[in-house]
Design a protein around this ligand. Sequence first.
Ligand SMILES: [Zn+2]
Length: 250
Amino acid sequence: MMSLERDDAVVLRLSEFSEASQIVTLLGRGHGLLRLIAKGVRRGTRTRFAAGLDLLELGEASFALPRGDAQLGTLADWVQRDSFAGLRRELLRLQAGLYAVELVTALTEEHDPHPELFDALVDTLRRLAGKGPAAPLVPRFQAALLHAVGYHPLLDECASCHRPPRIRGPLYFSAGAGGVLCRDCEMHYVEKRRLPDGLLTTRPDAGDPFAWFELLDYHAAHIAGRRMSSASGLGGLLRRAAAAPPAGGG
Ligand SMILES: [Zn+2]
């Protein structure tokens, strides 16, 4: 008999594998990124996964890890714990959730668990599904993810000479250098972008959400080697949210 693993997990991605099965990408709290075949997932039929799996939901997975040369394990059972239904009521919230799981898929690897990243993802999805402001949750999660995987950029010292950068005057950021550059070092880097004035006097979770999103997305795309497909849509929504704060939002 196959021995089954169990883990709390969030559904990051679903793709068709055959008519009756899907490949499910999960972030497991204790297992990290998991790619599993789920058989009998056809919606609307009374199968083991009666309602199928949905993107962005939290559940408890029972699965068999891949054996021998197999690339994929097998999902045996899925018990939904939270669908975070509230994040589907507003496009910004949904797009932020989709961006978060795309980033996790791009920047983590199988067999490399990050429980603190799992907790940050669940916390972010829960907050996105709630009533509080959505925009600041995006750079907050980007920063948490970059910390968890060891790629958080240096922001309080020059990434090249490690002296504190002067806050006044134009400052540059290089993803390849791994952070902010002082004015003496900046000229030696081709890959760089100018930071919005004053951004470094704030933090990712308490600053201009759009400016922080853009900076951390630029950094994440450099590490991943590609831009997230959900990034430009989310960027547009964050820019509009900044230009027109919701009524009653102060
Ligand atoms: Zn420097």
